[in-house]
Ligand binder design. Structure first.
Ligand code: ATP
Ligand code: MG
Length: 581
């Protein structure tokens, strides 16, 4: 029996108080994510339970208990406070997925700071944009990455502290401080800053897929949504061994790679190594991972390696598979059923939403290619493109929208109040989440398009900016790309509009090939014939271009706007997020 049990019953009886109650929080009490994920778990008698199993390059392995999490996060909290950092300061965390990342993340929250995690693979320019934007006061990093910080310090007037938490303390430059939480005496108790549900907690920058990355400001109340979605969508129980492949530089890596699972007292595994199918499968086998949360870009890479690689490992431990970040092609769901005997359960959400919004639930039939249904407690709709009225006709494409006021909703875009307001239909300023939820005139508009089928399942079409307008008809890239990757030769695909005198835009597809296939006119023809049976004439690409690699964001999302700009001869815009290795 899954945690969610009957989706329909949950829908009917849902109340966010369920999460508050189960977490043991009562109205008026302080709420601090750092405390809930460590001290509260210890208080439940789980101090000696393994919280983190960490593996890095060269076979390095370490494990930590919840008591360790508490002690080391306390050590960071105390150190930061002693260094003069204050509640409300933005403190950037810029490092690989080393154990210290997890300790200092919780530590920043415990002293009342705002954690600003940034992906360690960012170069100095990408880092600079986000530190300037946030007015970051301190940065926690490692010897490996500190040189990128040094390059830009002169351009960061707000930055007062550079703290190095791993490496050689002798190699620091003037003004830098070294702190190793594991090497200092354990601090079993710390006076946690009394943050409340509405106190800012994490500042997360979006992936920058559609434009300049925006800093989404979250609050401690997000944990209610992260906890209950972890329980009902990821289906975690206290006996599970869980692996979230996302880096905490992105929202999935904090909401479900730190907060959700640890708020439940679940053991998490972290692999701090580059991607390889063999390494990943071995990690699952060695650690007997039961629940796995990953992303379409990784799943497509695994598919590219083929099912034979899977057979070399005993993956019978896997119980539940889930995916987020991009649309999950039906082909990937079918493949995972074949090779793992389990379907990947797709779910949809954003940096701004802080927690899952639409999902496939354990026990509910999956329709491959669909994102599933709204999470209980989330009021979702697909709005008419022009009038912003909810569409009632099944199959009609519109804007995915949510009633504002769910606990994990972002509360601002840092320093961009107008952009924040522009995301809503109606006025959301200065109103509490409870008030927002009651106002039936308000919508948060996600920037993505979908349709809803007669059974209430949501089908992703594309991002607003990626939709192709051909001869006045709107075509979503997802259906074209999904048709393409069903062809045995195609590994990944991106469909964009290219200029056309008659139709304004026509579809152009970029594809990468699976091992064993070579680009040729003949193959292009075969692929065209294959997809012709699946797509409407309007959605048919006029041209297919073979490429070695698709442009992606650092978080692994296909960057269609870049391909589109090249086709139109336009400026490629902010590329601070472009993966360039
Ligand atoms: P930016 O907002 O800077 O352009 P981004 O939207 O890619 O970047 P994220 O918040 O990391 O930044 O990603 C959220 C977006 O990812 C969603 O709006 C949607 O476009 C896409 N996405 C996430 N999950 C899914 C899914 N299951 N199916 C389809 N699309 C998804
Ligand atoms: Mg976005």
């Amino acid at each position: 029996m899954s945690n969610i049990g009957s989706y329909d019953e949950r829908l009917r009886d849902f109340d966010w108080d369920i999460a508050k109650r189960e977490l043991g929080w009562t109205d008026g009490e302080p709420l601090n994510i750092g405390a809930v994920c460590s001290d509260w778990i210890c208080d439940r008698g789980l101090a000696d339970k393994t919280a983190l199993v960490w593996e890095g390059f060269g076979g390095k392995k370490k494990t930590y208990t919840f008591a360790d999490l508490r002690a080391y996060s306390n050590a960071f909290a105390k150190f930061l406070a002693d260094e003069g950092l204050k509640p409300g300061d933005r403190i950037c965390i810029f490092m690989d997925k080393i154990p210290g990342l997890y300790f200092c993340f919780l530590g920043v929250l415990k002293m009342g700071g705002i954690a600003q995690p940034l992906f360690s693979a960012f170069g100095d320019e990408s880092l600079q944009v986000r530190l300037v934007s946030a007015g970051t006061r301190a940065i926690l990093t490692t010897q490996k990455h500190v040189r990128k910080v040094r390059k830009i310090t002169d351009t960061l007037p707000a930055l007062e502290k550079i703290i190095v938490i791993e490496g050689d303390s002798d190699k620091l430059k003037a003004g830098e401080v070294f702190f190793d939480a594991e090497a200092t005496p354990r601090i079993e108790s710390f006076d946690i800053h009394p943050t409340g549900p509405e106190t800012p907690s994490i500042l997360h920058y979006t992936s920058g897929t559609t434009g300049q990355p925006k800093g989404a400001q979250h609050v401690h109340a997000s944990i209610w949504a992260q906890y209950i979605t972890t329980k009902w969508v990821l289906d975690l129980t206290e006996d599970d061994i869980y692996w979230c492949t996302a880096d905490p530089g992105w929202v999935t890596g904090t909401s479900y790679g730190i907060i959700g699972p640890w708020s439940m007292g679940v053991t998490q595994c972290v692999l701090d190594e580059g991607f390889s199918a063999d390494r990943w499968y071995k990690f699952i086998e060695d650690n007997r991972i039961t629940v796995w949360y990953s992303a379409p870009t990784a799943i497509r890479s695994l598919m590219r390696q083929g099912g034979e690689t899977v057979k070399k490992y005993d993956l019978s431990c896997l119980r539940h598979l889930t995916s987020v970040g991009e649309p999950l092609n039906a082909e990937a769901v079918v493949w995972s059923e074949q090779v793992f005997g389990k379907a990947f359960h797709d779910n949809f959400w954003q940096t701004e939403t802080g927690a899952m919004m639409i999902a496939n639930y354990p026990g509910m039939p999956i329709k491959p290619g669909s994102m599933g249904k709204p999470f209980p407690g989330i009021e979702a709709a697909v709005l008419d493109l022009k009038t912003h009225e909810p569409l009632t006709e099944p199959g009609k494409v519109g804007l995915i929208a949510f009633r504002p006021g769910w606990p994990a909703m972002f509360r601002a875009y840092h320093n961009k109040p107008d952009v924040y307001r522009s995301k809503f239909v109606g006025d959301v300023d200065e109103r509490s989440p409870d008030e927002l939820r009651k106002d039936q005139t308000l919508w948060y508009v996600s920037g993505d398009r979908a349709s809803i089928d007669p059974d209430g399942y949501y089908w992703f079409v594309g991002r607003d900016d990626d939709v192709i307008n051909t001869g006045g008809h709107l075509v979503g890239p997802f259906e074209i790309e999904s048709a393409l990757i069903e062809h045995e030769a195609v590994a990944e695909a991106a469909a964009v509009g290219k200029p056309d005198e008659v139709n304004m835009e026509v579809v152009k597809a970029f594809i990468t090939l699976n091992p064993g296939y070579e680009p040729s006119g003949d193959l292009e023809l075969k692929i065209m014939n294959f997809i012709r049976k699946k797509l409407s004439p309007l959605a048919m690409p006029q041209e297919i271009e073979f490429t070695d690699k698709l442009p992606k964001t650092r978080s692994g999302k296909i960057l269609r706007r870049y391909l589109r700009a090249l086709e139109w001869g336009e400026d490629t815009g902010d590329l601070s997020t472009l993966e360039d290795d």
